[in-house]
Design a binder for this molecule. Structure first.
Ligand SMILES: [Zn+2]
Length: 247
């Protein structure tokens, strides 16, 4: 019974990503503005979550001394940066030069968010297991930022392919990673996974999300030349993350 709530909460946190799909059903007159807004909202959330949540909460756990922590931080963050380059090359090969940048962006966001949702699911599970009310507030905070994360997959894939099914498929797959992470935590609970390992992985994920935002999402958002929509997305992203940190 003790394991039921941790698992339910991790499912809820993950499934909030799917709510991002609602973005594709909004009837938009100004398509370019909407895509710009969606991408800038997602990149703002990804950068803010990395800087104000993932990194500060992981840094104290990765090593016993500050010096070691900094070295490990640089190491894992750089691995995240290089991972984006590697993923990029794989997608170029797989999808070919023919497919649009917008589509590739959706796929990259998808991969980044699968990697992000896995440890997030483990964290949700473990904290709910230790303390229900802590787990509940963590779930609410995660659910809040997971909605724009879902948008970062659904909107680029829908607007580049025109297929609702494709957009929902990829968003749902990334959402499933969250309870999958929880299941992983349950099966190998305490025996293999340590706080230190989760923290290192989260720093790597922060490296991926920040690099993806700067290298891929920002140029794509700028390419539509819709400044107002860009600024609006950035500001709303900041507000969402600030709210989730308050919870
Ligand atoms: Zn998340």
């Amino acid at each position: 019974m003790d394991l039921l709530w941790p698992f339910i909460l991790s499912i809820l946190a993950g499934m909030s990503t799917v709510l991002g799909c609602l973005g594709i059903f909004i009837p938009v007159k100004k398509k370019d503005e909407f895509i710009t807004f969606s991408i800038s909202l997602s990149l703002s959330v990804m950068i803010m979550v990395s800087i104000f949540d993932l990194i500060p909460s992981s840094l104290p756990n990765i090593a016993s001394t500050l010096g070691k922590s900094i070295v490990l931080f640089i190491l894992f963050f750089s691995m995240g940066v290089f991972a984006v380059g590697l993923l990029n090359r794989c997608i170029e090969k797989e999808k070919g030069k023919g497919s649009s940048n917008l589509y590739k962006l959706g796929i990259l966001s998808f991969i980044a968010l699968v990697l992000h949702n896995l440890p997030e699911g483990i964290l949700t599970f473990m904290s709910t297991y230790q303390d229900f009310s802590l787990g509940l507030s963590l779930t609410l905070a995660i659910a809040l930022h997971n909605i724009p994360e879902g948008i970062s997959i659904a909107v680029p894939i829908y607007y580049s392919t025109g297929k609702v099914r494709e957009a929902i498929k990829f968003t749902l797959l990334s959402a499933v990673a969250e309870p999958l992470g929880a299941l992983l935590a349950f099966i190998v609970f305490k025996n293999i996974i340590t706080d230190q390992m989760i923290s290192m992985f989260l720093i790597l994920v922060a490296g991926i999300m920040i690099t993806l935002s700067i290298e891929k999402m920002l140029p794509e958002a700028l390419s539509y030349k819709k400044k107002k929509a860009l600024y609006l997305g950035l500001i709303i992203g900041i507000i969402i993350v600030a709210l989730s940190l308050l919870i």
